[in-house]
Design a protein around this ligand. Structure first.
Ligand SMILES: *[C@@H]1O[C@H](CO)[C@@H](O)[C@H](O)[C@H]1NC(C)=O
Ligand SMILES: *[C@@H]1O[C@H](CO)[C@@H](O)[C@H](O)[C@H]1NC(C)=O
Length: 364
């Protein structure tokens, strides 16, 4: 009789251990940094793991950047008073500016300071808000978040942020988690291209024309993501066509409102991500430094707090599952700056899908 619970306990400990082990980073030791030769060997090993090809001329200057980044990361990780760790990743031989130019892409919006009449605080969140709000909420545990994707060398974060939030509201309203097509948004929306896009404007395509399943969905549909803007190949007569009924800007610079928003659905947000620390985030709760301006768009899929009581947001990025915590970053929540960590609470955007309240009961 005693055997069963024990076996379960052992199993869950094992699963937990495996889960932690899966977040490995590229190893980096004092010895690697000791000499130029060791550094070069490290760089070659790193290039093999991340299959980064560089031509000879490029390699020399990239190696200099890599060395500086590796040294910085190694020193940073020796600090005791920090809540997160850095790691070498596939971006490690680029400077932060070079990286931002190629892998982000959220452009400023013409009407950034327009206040929407929509007030998230007056809506009915799906999960109890206010005093009753749960200490933690994670849409990944409630079937509203697809796998982590990879925008590649294209400033299309705006399309990934929009699609991530639409996948969320669609799953919540219909009970069906569909993997939708960023390539279709990149191809068919006039809101942007690989040089960046205006996130809020990109929702208009899905309001007017709709989007559809990604190639990797089942059945395969819109051609797979290629990190380039192509001819629009969307056929509005070929189902499924997923549309939203509207879009809203949430309350600006208000983490309490964002929390209520997250209890309602995954939320598209823009952040200031241009820092070496953000780019090399590996695990833990990120508390800056952030970049100087809004340059990246991501999706907030939940929130929680650590055993030490540190509050965080759970953020889905589009830099491959090899980045951060299997593609996610936890960012410090409830800070003094009203805009939130890296501005996360500054420009929340919510796709709206009817019918409302259809599946409320399932989440209470
Ligand atoms: C992440 O990167 C790996 C290695 O380059 C690649 O095989 C994989 O397809 C990428 N994941 C996604 C979601 O694109
Ligand atoms: C909807 O599709 C039409 C026809 O392809 C296109 O001209 C229009 O720009 C699209 N709407 C949006 C908001 O992108």
């Amino acid at each position: 009789m005693m055997k069963k619970p024990l076996a379960w306990l052992q199993l869950s400990v094992l699963v937990a251990a495996m889960t932690v082990a899966a977040v490995h980073s590229f190893p980096l030791t004092d010895k690697d940094l000791e000499s130029e030769e060791n550094m070069w060997n490290l760089y070659e090993r790193w290039r093999a793991v991340y299959t980064v090809s560089r031509d000879l001329a490029e390699k020399k200057s990239k190696f200099e950047v890599f060395k500086a980044n590796a040294r910085y990361i190694h020193e940073f990780n020796k600090k005791k008073d920090v809540t997160y760790k850095l790691g070498l990743n596939k971006f490690s031989d680029m400077t932060s500016d070079e990286f931002t130019a190629k892998y982000t892409g959220a452009l400023p919006e013409a009407d950034d300071d327009v206040v929407d009449s929509f007030n998230i605080l007056s809506t009915q969140p799906l999960v109890h808000g206010g005093e009753d709000a749960p200490l933690a909420w994670d849409w990944r545990d409630h079937g509203a978040v697809t796998r982590v994707k990879d925008q590649g060398k294209c400033g299309s974060c705006w399309a990934f942020s929009v699609i991530g939030s639409v996948e969320g509201i669609n799953a919540i309203r219909t009970g069906n988690l569909l993997t939708l097509s960023e390539q279709q948004v990149l191809d068919c929306s006039s809101a942007g291209d690989c040089n960046g896009g205006v996130t809020f404007d990109a929702f208009d395509l899905i309001i007017q024309n709709g989007t559809t399943l990604d190639q990797n969905g089942s059945p395969p549909y819109y051609p797979a993501y290629v990190a380039r803007k192509e001819q629009c190949r969307f056929d509005p007569n070929k189902p499924p066509v997923i549309k939203i009924d509207g879009k809203h800007r949430g309350n600006k610079a208000d983490e309490q409102a964002l929390k209520l928003g997250v209890l309602t659905q995954p939320v598209s947000v823009r952040i200031k991500s241009n820092s070496l620390e953000f780019h090399h985030y590996h695990e833990g709760v990120f508390d800056g430094p952030c970049g100087p301006q809004f340059d990246h768009a991501v999706v907030v899929v939940g929130y929680g707090e650590t055993q030490d009581g540190v509050h965080y947001w759970i953020v889905k990025n589009s830099w491959n599952e090899s980045w951060g915590e299997r593609g996610y970053i936890r960012m410090l929540r409830d800070i003094e700056d009203k805009g939130g960590m890296c501005g996360i609470a500054t420009y929340p955007m919510y796709p709206d899908m009817n019918p409302p309240a259809a599946t409320f009961a399932a989440y209470h």
